[in-house]
Design a binder for this molecule. Structure first.
Ligand code: NAD
Length: 347
């Protein structure tokens, strides 16, 4: 397929780009190259004949129309977003413009293209969303219904999930054919050094305090990014149009457990002269409104598509730590970017 992948210079998007090229797809990587982007993430495929890059902002609808006209993709995988929760506390404006208006622009541009090319049944608009949209859960396991769907997800559902082909909603025909995925916290190679796991690794290696928000009791599920990329391409090709799939790592951990595991892996791979990296763990003021627990029920992707993650969190973290030890040039270059290494989002 010819895939238009937005946010392909970011963390998850670049993993999808690399995997899609390896699987034999053609890829147009559309990215505005914000502070969070790094074209080195896709350097391994940049000269591949099936790869093209479009330096475009999803807030610019006319530029999106040009990309659709120039490349005529068979499917869209939409990952471009402002993704760092701490930054959303300090400055929500970019989040509203990119994540909500930008997603709306992508949907409208895709719908317009799909209509112009005769509404092919095989066309897909795949929106990559997060478990955060389900809201915070109690820390003990319970069966809790979904809470509010956030705006971008809601737009995608309105565009493509709730309407059957040919059905009409008000005066507008059904929009293009959407699939939706919600995933848990990703980690792995090329993770931007403002996110928890790279922060822990890099603070540990620098001999600095390793910050843990609050008491470290918040629970997240952890998904290895290369497993996620595989699952996304599977859902795109085999998922049922109009459906929403949860993708999880089956690895729920408290933040403190996670940080302690990372310290133990570092103790093993790069022992300190004295003591353990865990001695550097420092509890800091919690993030305002820090959700207690997110979790994923992956029953549908397992039952319908036979997909399960390939690694435990311990295996994935060991690979990740090794990657950061082996790729110091990559992360050092990003440490001078705006806000990296600083405490953000204190409210
Ligand atoms: P990221 O911040 O690493 O990358 C985002 C990419 O989008 C960057 O390359 C950036 O340049 C690009 N971008 C931002 N604004 C843009 C704009 N206006 N126009 C075009 N490009 C723009 O993010 P990520 O971690 O790869 O996350 C990708 C998606 O997956 C996001 O929607 C995120 O919310 C979702 N998600 C991420 C996680 C996670 O743990 N990282 C978990 C669940 C869901």
């Amino acid at each position: 397929m010819k895939l238009l992948i937005t946010g392909g210079a970011g963390f998850i998007g670049s993993a999808v780009v690399r995997r899609a090229i390896a699987d034999g797809h053609q890829v147009v990587n559309l990215d505005a190259l914000t502070y969070a982007a790094c074209l080195d993430n896709v350097a391994s495929v940049a000269n591949h004949p099936d790869y093209a890059f479009a330096h475009v902002d999803i807030r610019d609808r006319a530029a999106l129309d040009d990309v659709f006209a120039a490349h005529a993709p068979d499917a869209v995988m939409h990952l471009a977003a402002e993704s760092h929760v701490d930054r959303s506390i300090d400055g929500p404006g970019d989040f509203i413009e990119t994540n909500i208006t930008g997603t709306y622009n992508m949907l409208e541009a895709a719908r317009s293209h799909w209509t112009q090319v005769g509404k092919p049944a095989a066309f897909r608009f795949h929106h990559i969303s997060t478990d955060e949209v389900f809201g915070s859960l109690p820390q003990i396991r319970t069966c809790s219904p979904k809470r509010a769907l956030r705006s971008a997800t809601a737009l995608c559902r309105l565009q493509g999930l709730r309407r059957s082909p040919g059905a009409r909603c008000g005066t507008r025909p059904m929009a293009c054919r959407c699939v939706l995925t919600n995933c848990s916290n990703n980690y792995g190679p090329f993770h931007f050094p403002e996110k928890l796991i790279p922060v822990v690794i890099l603070k540990a290696l620098a001999g600095e305090p390793i910050p843990v928000y609050g008491t470290g009791s918040n629970v997240r599920d952890w998904l290895y990014v290369e497993d996620h990329a595989e699952a996304l391409l599977l859902v795109l090709q085999k998922g049922q149009v109009g459906r929403s799939y949860n993708i999880g790592g089956e690895n729920e951990r408290t933040n403190l457990d996670l940080v302690q595991t990372l310290c133990a892996i570092l103790d093993d791979k790069r022992p300190k002269a004295q003591g353990s990296y865990a001695d550097q763990i420092t509890f800091v003021t919690d993030r305002p409104g820090h959700d207690a627990r997110y979790a994923i029920d992956p029953a549908r992707i397992r039952a319908e598509l036979g997909w399960r993650p390939s690694v435990t969190v311990e295996e994935g973290l060991a690979r990740t730590v090794q990657w950061y030890l082996d790729n110091e040039g990559w992360w050092r270059a990003l440490q001078s970017r705006d806000g990296v290494g600083k405490r953000l989002g204190t409210g």
